[in-house]
Design a protein around this ligand. Sequence first.
Ligand code: SF4
Length: 328
Amino acid sequence: MESVPVTSTEAELISEINKLKKEKNAVILSHYYMPASIQQLEREGGVADFKGDSLGLSIEATKVKAQNIIFCGVNFMAETAKILNPAKNILIPDKEAGCSLASSITAQDVIALKKKYPGVPVMAYINTYAETKAECDVCCTSRNALKIAAQLPGDTIIFIPDKFMGENLKRQIQATTKKNLILWNGTCEVHEQFSSRSLASFQKQFPEAEMLMHWEVPNETVADNLFTGKGILGSTNDILTYAGASNSKQFILASECDFSSTLKAAYPEKEFITPCIYCPYMKKINLQNILKALQSIGNNEQQHYEISLNAELLMRAAIPVKRMMELS
Ligand code: SF4
C-alpha cells in the first residue's frame, strides 16, 4: 500500500499524534472527507484508527473501548457519537466545524412542521444537530435512507433537511411505492455546486469515465449527467463499493474532493477525476488541532474540545438515532 505523501512538518505531527493517542487512551475516528494524512489509518501513514461515512462512524463509536474519542468530522457527527456513547469523552478538534445542512433547520422548525402535518412521520438526515434530531421520529444516512423510508407507516413522510437529496430519494421511492415526501429547503453547500454544465464538460473530456454522484447533488444535474450514461447515484459507501466492482478504469466524482483520496487508496489502479470542491467545515480539522485536542485530555483545556449535551437531550436524541440503527 502506498503511504500518504506528507511534508516533514506533517510527518512530525503524525508521529507525535500516533504516540500521544496511546498515552491518552484515545482513538481517532475520521470521516472520508478528511485530508489523506488524517483519514488514512496509522499503518497507511495517517493518524486514523477507523475511517468511514456517517453511518460507519456512528456504528464504530459504539464499539470503541478507549475512554476518549477524537472525532475528525463535523459537529453533528461528533454529537451523534456522543448520543450513542454518552459515557465516553468525545472531542472534536474544532467546534466551529459546522454544516450548511445541519444549520438550515432548528428544533422549532420541526415542531412547526409537525403541527402543519399532524401524524406524518419525520425522517431526519443524520446531518442535523441533536436538538433537531430530538424532535424527529427516525434518522437516516445516505446509505440507509431508502430502506428506512420504505418501513415508515403511512403514505407521506416529512424528510429534512436536504431538498436535493429529498428530490433524488422521492424519484426512487416513487418508482416502487406511492409514498410522497414533504421536503425542507436545506442544501449542502458542497454538493449543490455540481452543475450540469461543469459535469458535462468533464464527460466530454473523459467519454469513457463513469459518473459517481452523491445523493446530495442537485436532481437536475443527476437527470442531465447520469441517466444518459453509466455510473451510480448513491451514498459515500455505495460509491466506494461501486467503484471497486466496476470494470471501468476511469471515474468522474461528484462529491467532496478528499473522498477521491479514499477511492484512490482503495483502488490505486483506477483514476478518479473530480472538479475538486472542498467542504470548508471539514477542513477546519487539521493535524495541529488534532494534536492540541489530544494534549488537552486530562487537563483544564479538555472542555474546550469536548462535546457536552445535557442528559435529557441525550436521551431524546438517542430515540431516532437508535431507531435508525434498528431499521438499517
Ligand atoms: S460536505 Fe456538505 S453535508 Fe457534509 S459537512 Fe460539508 S456542508 Fe455539511
